[in-house]
Design a protein around this ligand. Structure first.
Ligand code: ATP
Length: 355
């Protein structure tokens, strides 16, 4: 019998692998025992609050900091002990995009984008051709002679992305690339990164402190706190069933909350309608559970809050549901039936009259 086809070719080295990487500064452990692997073509998000260790992790990945313990491999090659000149070609395999763009103000857009190629000693005609290709890719054709000061923040970041891609890296490392941008521009830049991932199969590592960025494009996410990985998994699963307190906190502003008027009227013991919070996610969330429950128990159901979303192709959501049963005695069975179809079901209390 054939086993399921693996997502990744086991014989191909991962683009990036960290094995037990730790780094202390004096007594302080900035990162501890970090294990992670990024395979070709995937978008992995790393999220953490300020001080979680994100910058230290990036510096270990690009060889600016030597870990105290553990190994970093880029395309199967360990970078420990490499000299500066040996590190250069390895670093060129990683294109970096920065929060504040890091463009050279006295160079044109074309010169900024061509810089990595110039450093790599590529001939001028090749550089010119590549700059035009990249400008088209990032939607800035015709802007090659502009200076950074003539561009908006979003356009500057497009130039930053084009420059990062110039030397055809194996990995694009985005360090808070949208943190300085307004929500609309953030959306455009994330869409561009998602398009580039699909069109070129580019592998992307996204470092961010914003769950919204993760939700939009990361297929997999690692949650970092106090220098340790506290949670990891497919993005939709983490959104649907966050396990750690820090993940729930990071998700706070993303998940729908119960309407305040509803919460104010909740009675823990009795009322005409029972109020449930349902957490739904994955393939099971597509089932018509509300109509099934209504029919099975001859109950009347009202949605009183929440919403459903699509995260990386999977339905994920939190609904607040008011259930008026035929008899109060049905509530335990209704609770069980809901729990059987959801990731989590909680009976929050009861209300009387319409909320
Ligand atoms: N060079 C250093 N010397 C001493 N302590 C450091 C150094 N670099 C980082 N740290 C400490 O290590 C911890 C992790 O810092 P790091 O900058 O990696 O976190 P971060 O998640 O990138 O935070 P931020 O989002 O604020 O940049 C912090 O407590 C920080 O104070």
């Amino acid at each position: 019998m054939h086993s399921a086809v693996p997502d990744h070719d086991d014989h191909q080295s991962p683009i990036l692998r960290l094995n037990g990487v730790s780094k202390r500064f004096g007594e302080h452990a900035a990162i501890s025992d970090i294990n992670l692997t990024i395979h070709s073509g995937e978008i992995l998000g790393i999220i953490g609050r300020s001080g979680a260790g994100k910058s230290t992790l990036i510096r270990c990945i690009n060889g600016l900091v030597q870990p105290d313990q553990g190994t970093v491999e880029v395309e199967g090659r360990a970078i420990a002990g490499l000299s500066e000149s040996e590190l250069q070609p390895v670093r060129r395999r990683i294109g970096m995009v920065f929060q504040h763009f890091n463009l050279l103000a006295n160079k044109t857009v074309a010169q900024n984008i061509a810089l990595p190629l110039k450093i790599a000693g590529r001939p001028r005609p090749e550089r010119q051709r590549r700059v035009l290709e990249l400008l088209e890719l990032v939607g800035l054709s015709g802007r090659e002679h502009n200076y950074p000061a003539q561009l908006s923040g979003g356009q500057k970041q497009r130039v930053g992305i084009a420059r990062a891609l110039a030397a055809e890296p194996a990995l694009l490392l985005s360090d808070e690339a949208t943190s300085a941008l307004d929500p609309e521009t953030t959306e455009q830049i994330l869409r561009l990164l998602g398009d580039i991932n699909k069109r070129l199969g580019l592998t992307i590592l996204l470092i961010t402190h914003e769950m919204e960025v993760i939700r939009r494009i990361a297929q997999r996410v690692i949650v970092l706190d106090s220098g340790r990985i506290v949670e990891e998994g497919q993005t939709w699963r983490i959104f649907a069933t966050p396990q750690s307190a820090i993940t729930r906190k990071l998700l706070g502003s993303v998940l729908p909350e119960a309407p305040a008027t509803l919460l104010a009227q909740l009675n823990p013991n009795a009322g005409e309608e029972a109020i449930f919070r349902l957490d739904l996610g994955g393939p099971g969330a597509s089932a018509p559970i509300l109509s099934d429950i209504a029919r099975q128990f001859n109950a009347s159901l009202r949605l009183v809050g929440g919403g459903m979303d699509d995260i990386q192709g999977q339905p994920v959501g939190r609904l607040f549901l008011a259930v008026r049963p035929q008899s109060p005695a049905d509530i335990p069975a209704i609770t069980n039936a809901l729990a059987g179809h959801t990731l989590q079901t909680e009976l929050l209390g009861y209300v009387s009259g319409t909320v």
